[in-house]
Design a protein. Structure first.
Length: 415
């Protein structure tokens, strides 16, 4: 199909939904992924003549887009997005033996002073840590380009043996820039820095309506699928981010996970659903997917604090899944609120002001309190029999000559 000659969309004022349905099935390049959304026609959202087709100031991906965001070409962006992205059914990932993830994986450890080191087995980096500021052309640069494994762990204030989880969630502008950058170079930098795992990116899927056509969300999900495939092709393990638009999208994930039996680790980003109502609604959808897959998955819960994380751990345990909470909350409460986390006698984790204590000195106690809270929850749950603490053993100081004496003793025993 030649995108510049895409058939004119039906006028929503002239035709009813069934008319668009027939048009979409015959002409829409996203029909197979979308199945015809609830907000057709997926054209320019501005009815005012003076605002129509001002694509340079609009980030919505629609079938009538004539200029990509931050770009000057006349090619319709939906055509380019379709050509460069992937349907979920096209994605396959290579088999990887998953590690035993700890129950708590903190992010933003780079907030510590350069003289501090955390004894953590796992830490996470979000998109803001992995990627630089948005450039004039809308792309971003890799912040970890040229970093060796030791240098990157020094930046994160952790030990050389600490494992790193790359979490591709962040501001929309950064993720848009990630889509526009040369991502192959970024994956190469990640491999050189020994980033152990990634989560699929959180390209924004938002409530569809008069201002958000279905085509936008379909394009975002296709982007996720493409990046998931790219990460795997670069030789890096990746956990798919279970996002969907509707029940049909959840069913597609169930079918995909049935076909890809080698996938044991998935992720879910809740950063856009933090209030109790939306969080529980999205959690119910996640539980529905995991339950229908019918094998013990491990879920990386992104964008939740220890409180909602504990709720998710309990609920997902009922359908046989284990979880890790990936969060900046313990460090954020310390650095930006001067608050200390503590567990109440009733079993809740609260943050209280801690006057007189350095914010830097609150970080380690907060991480320990959050982890202890989650470990208490998992103590009697199935699937958590192996310790999921995130603490590395303390380095053992070796006296000069000890190794030689040990070898001599071993030789005598063998003789």
């Amino acid at each position: 199909m030649i995108w510049s000659s895409l058939p004119v969309l039906p006028d929503p004022q002239q035709g009813m939904l069934p008319i668009f349905d027939r048009w979409a099935e015959a002409h829409c390049p996203l029909y197979e992924d979308c199945g015809c959304g609830a907000t057709p026609p997926c054209g320019c959202i501005h009815p005012e003549p003076e605002r129509r087709y001002q694509c340079g100031d609009c980030n919505i991906i629609c079938l009538e887009r004539r200029r990509p965001p931050y770009g000057r070409t006349a090619e319709r962006a939906i055509g380019r997005t379709f050509a460069e992205s992937s349907s979920l059914e096209q994605v396959s990932v290579r088999p990887v033996v998953p590690p035993t993830f700890p129950v708590l994986i903190p992010t933003r450890t780079d907030e510590l002073p350069t003289t501090r080191r955390l004894d953590l087995a796992w830490v996470a980096m979000d998109a803001k840590q992995l990627l630089g500021r948005v450039k004039l052309d809308g792309s971003v640069r890799s912040r970890i380009a040229g970093y060796g494994p030791d240098r990157l762990r020094g930046v994160l204030r952790v030990r050389p043996e600490t494992q790193i989880l790359g979490v591709l969630n962040g501001a929309d502008s950064i993720l848009e820039g990630f889509w526009k950058m040369r991502r192959g170079e970024f994956y190469q930098s990640a491999a050189q820095a020994r980033i152990a795992w990634f989560t699929g990116p959180t390209f924004s899927v938002v409530q569809e309506g008069p201002k958000i056509p279905a085509s936008h969300n379909v394009a975002m999900l296709r982007r996720h699928s493409r990046v998931l495939q790219e990460i795997g092709e670069a030789g890096l393990p990746a956990a798919p981010n279970l996002y969907w638009r509707d029940e049909r999208g959840r069913h597609r994930w169930v079918e995909w996970l049935h076909r890809n039996e080698q996938v044991w680790v998935v992720s879910r980003d809740f950063s856009r659903s933090k209030p109790s109502g939306p969080f529980r609604s999205h959690l119910n959808g996640l539980i529905d997917v995991v339950k229908r897959v019918d094998r013990p998955l491990h879920v990386l819960l992104v964008g939740v604090g220890p409180g909602n994380g504990g709720v998710a751990i309990r609920r997902l345990a009922e359908v046989g899944a284990t979880c890790s909470v990936v969060t900046a909350a313990p460090i954020g409460e310390a650095m930006f609120g001067g608050k200390q986390l503590r567990r109440t006698p009733s079993g809740h984790l609260i943050a209280s002001p801690a006057p007189g204590i350095s914010r830097f000195d609150l970080i380690v106690p907060n991480i320990e309190a959050a982890e202890e809270h989650l470990l208490r929850i998992t103590r009697d749950l199935p699937g958590y029999s192996v310790s999921r603490s995130n603490t590395l053993p303390s380095p053992v100081a070796v006296e000069p000559g000890t190794a030689d004496r040990t070898m001599e003793q071993l030789v005598r025993v063998l003789e």
